[in-house]
Design a protein. Structure first.
Length: 347
């Protein structure tokens, strides 16, 4: 086991290595009863697996999600549209023979770079690579992918920081070589790098049909949201040429706005009426002035008597009000509006 492996991860293999040595000794003439007793204790003792602190059950909601399910909420529909765009983008280049040859050539180099981190399966490869790329992702229910470095021992975090620049540089160089060879992928897209990492670090059969390969991978949409900007209340997005459709951009901006509302300060809104005194509607001013004239002519007039019947018809003051406003006969003002605009001296 290389000494560059962090002690907390290297300890995961101490038990199996010790057990293997005891088995070999017991198979020969030098085996003792103490060796047998120690081997029995090792076989029944629980052993912690690499990255045992990662909350793998965080994706339960995602694993229950199927392509046959009809999305209900706006977030679920947006998530499914982004998933379809992501799969279509990868399906367009993953079946190239050039890709397969470049992946095979780079497999040993990339494996050697990340070997100290001991990435045992696809979930850990995906989560660790995503975090080293500086990205996060969410499930359809809005919960985020687990952070594999949350709760990790300090030596694991330190090892990851040392490996990160070399690992990302190797992934970017692999993507550029594939793009230069004529494969239609965007080497600057983090989603492409996440796929290449899985293809190179996992035993993936690259001869399978592209649709089968895509279904077996964890894929990001071809665009991302700047979380640092979201924390400041700003919205900043980026998408590769594979994702620059109007619909995809709208979905990306909607997701970014929701994240900015959740992480950032309250939105800065323009002051009411542009910061100026609220303007009163012209017809309101005209009605208020006409009512003041009517009250000056007849101080006993009230809103109830103005709008109520007088003798065989309506009050004459209402006819004068229509004439002052220049409205046609039959117009009947709202009593609440008349009461609100009635001259204050009459209250």
């Amino acid at each position: 086991m290389p000494e560059s492996v962090p002690a907390s991860l290297r300890g995961c293999f101490d038990g199996p290595r010790r057990a293997a040595g005891l088995i070999l000794r017991l198979a020969g003439p030098d085996g003792t009863a103490d060796d047998r007793r120690e081997l029995d204790e090792l076989l029944v003792a629980p052993r912690l697996a690499p990255w045992h602190w990662v909350k793998r059950d965080a994706g339960q909601a995602y694993r229950k999600w199927t392509d046959d399910r009809v999305p209900v909420t706006a977030d679920e529909r947006r998530h499914k549209r982004q998933k379809i765009v992501a799969e279509n983008a990868v399906r367009g280049w993953i079946g190239s023979p050039v890709l397969a040859s470049e992946i095979e050539a780079a497999r040993s180099e990339l494996s050697a770079i990340v070997d100290p981190l001991v990435l045992p399966d696809q979930a850990i490869v995906t989560m660790v690579t995503a975090r080293l790329l500086g990205g996060r992702s969410s499930y359809p229910d809005g919960s985020e992918w687990p952070d594999p470095f949350d709760g990790a021992p300090q030596d694991v975090n330190k090892c990851a920081e040392q490996i990160r620049p070399v690992y990302l540089a190797a992934l970017m160089q692999l993507a550029r070589r594939i793009a230069v060879a004529g494969v239609g992928l965007d080497p600057n897209d983090p989603a492409v790098l996440l796929v290449l990492a899985q293809l190179a670090l996992l035993p993936v059969d690259l001869t399978r049909p592209p649709a089968d390969l895509v279904r077996s991978l964890n894929i990001w949409p071809p665009g991302f949201i700047d979380l640092e900007a979201a924390v400041r209340g700003q919205v900043a997005t980026w998408s590769s040429r594979h994702g620059r459709s109007a619909r995809f951009q709208r979905d990306l901006l909607a997701s970014a706005e929701a994240i900015a509302r959740r992480l950032g300060p309250p939105a800065i809104r323009a002051p009411y009426s542009g910061g100026h005194k609220r303007a009163t509607r012209r017809d309101t001013l005209q009605l208020e002035k006409a009512l003041a004239v009517l009250v000056a002519q007849d101080p006993s007039l009230t809103p109830r008597s103005l709008l109520g019947a007088a003798g065989d018809g309506e009050h004459p003051a209402l006819q004068r009000l229509r004439a002052a406003l220049g409205v046609k006969g039959g117009w009947q003002p709202e009593q609440r509006r008349i009461e609100r605009l009635w001259p204050k001296s009459r209250h």
